[in-house]
Design a protein around this ligand. Structure first.
Ligand code: SF4
Length: 358
């Protein structure tokens, strides 16, 4: 097999950043990155599992790759990311198209998994880690523009929102060492990037404890912004319960921290927020928006909303609409509730809102 690697990324910005880690690990093992699947000896698809449709897209893509497998029998195809973690061994049943299954915490192991697959074995590693942050791996651009760079500062999530698959496929939350984050940010600036987005499922719960010292997220982002005033700094995704006034004041002081906060609300009904186990009420959320408006009046706010969650009534829905009216969001990602197997909601609640209503 020619050591030519083609990476295809689906899903969120965390996956884009992870694909850069994958590219770094495998180019470090002698692989050359190629831009076309047809040129590759190893094809890795970095997958998403957040909604059913995301997985269906990957399964369809796999069928398309059958053509390349026929043309090049030595071709190795692997699935990485959240769907790989969720489905594991089952993916080897997908018509013998999959040779490698690699979960989000297994990327250091990819050279070994690839060698096993080249020798004709099915290779899998879906062990989740409580400490892996890839902090010592300098990312290699796996194929996105040279302007915006993404730096994962936390991995995993401890929030256990009842509809969410993330804690099951990305594990518990862990923060990355601040020195490695600042080093990577400096490297990106020196190599021409002019915008950096700090990433985490719940980015503002990043915290670093060393000895008696505790560094909070607002201090970290201030240090990233201090690298150079020409560097634009962003962060996503925030959780309303961890969005502190200290962070808002830091944003107000640092002009190169972009005036935008992505603050998922998911629902405007406190009853539904309770069922979702979001950890805040409608009133709590509105207080956060008021703080943003008070401390950074020009700040744009975007959000995520799920329609038709289990048991949602028309009254609940009206509360979501009235909160959207009140908040005046700049944009929103809006999705129908998609039941994810293994989540708390799938275990405890019936997906009882008809699709057409959703
Ligand atoms: S905060 Fe909730 S929705 Fe977001 S990744 Fe964590 S569990 Fe999922």
């Amino acid at each position: 097999m020619e050591k030519k690697l083609y990476i295809e990324t689906y899903g969120c910005q965390m996956n884009i950043a992870d694909s850069d880690v994958i590219a770094s690990v495998l180019t470090g093992d002698g692989y050359k990155l190629v831009k076309e699947a047809g040129e590759a000896g190893l094809i890795l698809i970095n997958t998403c599992s957040v909604r059913e449709n995301a997985e269906k897209r990957v399964l369809n893509r796999l069928q398309q790759l059958r053509y390349f497998k026929k043309k090049n029998p030595g071709l190795v195809v692997g699935l990485a990311g959240c769907m790989a973690e969720r489905l594991g061994e089952k993916l080897f049943d997908a018509g013998d198209l999959v040779d490698i299954v690699a979960g989000p915490d297994s990327y250091r192991d990819l050279p070994v998994l690839a060698a096993e697959a080249v020798s004709g074995k099915k290779a899998i590693n879906i062990r989740l880690s409580s400490c892996e942050t890839y902090s010592d791996i300098l990312p290699v651009n796996s194929g996105h523009d040279g302007i915006s760079a993404f730096i994962s500062i936390t991995r995993g999530c401890n929030n256990m929102c009842s509809y969410c698959i993330v804690p099951f496929v990305r594990g518990t939350e862990r923060s990355r060492n601040p020195e490695s984050i600042l080093k990577e940010a400096g490297m990106h600036f020196e190599s021409g990037f002019r915008e950096i987005t700090l990433l985490g499922q719940n980015v503002n719960s990043w915290r670093w404890i060393s000895g008696n010292e505790t560094m909070e997220f607002h201090t970290l982002i201030a240090r990233v912004a201090a690298i150079d005033p020409r560097l634009r700094v962003r962060f996503t995704t925030s959780h309303p319960k961890d969005l502190s006034d200290e962070l808002l004041k830091t944003m107000a002081e640092k002009h190169n921290i972009c005036r935008h906060i992505h603050l998922p609300v998911q629902s405007g009904s406190s009853r539904v927020l309770g069922l979702m186990n979001r950890g805040y009420t409608r009133a709590d959320y509105m207080k956060r928006i008021e703080s943003i408006r008070r401390i950074i009046p020009e700040c744009s706010v975007s959000t995520d909303i799920i329609s038709g969650f289990c048991g949602e009534t028309d009254e609940d829905h009206k509360e979501t609409l009235s909160l959207m009216e009140w908040a005046g969001f700049d944009f929103a990602y809006m999705f129908r509730y998609s039941e994810r197997p293994g989540t708390l909601a799938a275990e405890k609640f019936r997906d009882d809102v008809p699709e057409e209503i959703k």
